[in-house]
Design a protein around this ligand. Sequence first.
Ligand code: GDP
Length: 192
Amino acid sequence: MRFINAKFIKSASARDGFILDDFPQIAVVGRSNVGKSSLINMLTNNKKMAKTSATPGRTRLVNYFSINNTFYLVDLPGYGFNKASKTTAGGWDRLLNDYFTENERLKLVLLLIDSRISATALDIQMLDYLAELEIPVAIVLTKIDKISRSELNLTKQKIMKELRFNLDRIICVSASKKIGTEEIATLIENYI
Ligand code: GDP
């Protein structure tokens, strides 16, 4: 599958703005600055599709992109820099919590982790939370052009050890070198 027809549809700042039609949704989530916007731009082959922001965590929006008139790629607000936003009992921002709970359209979450930093406590908390909700997750290591192959292998091993995840569920990407698009597209195809 190629992301031939990608269109921004809408942003939602609260639950009542969520898209509730029957198309499957694939969500992208991660710490602010992890490279989420850059990944969406790479996948859609459009540098302006998702805005790459210099001010992390400023806007709290769920952004919906329609891909090939087949599914939605859903850009979720970054976590980690949202000191001001209200959190729920689960520890997450209300908007994230509302999006994840009781969402039958959500087929897969791509959880982005910076390959230079590896999984943070917040990432692990998010993985546990998604597992509790029984939402399928794939880990995507970002910015792999910034580290060596051996460092990347160490990061993968470290994450696997901490999370007991299979290697084939860890996808490595670089938006600046355009690495990983096909692998992500193939993965998504298996879930929609
Ligand atoms: P977001 O806050 O998660 O949406 O992150 P952005 O996509 O805005 O990226 C944050 C910063 O990391 C920006 O300065 C990007 O240029 C940079 N960045 C994102 N992806 C890559 C990548 O694959 N390689 C490199 N070298 N830099 C990247």
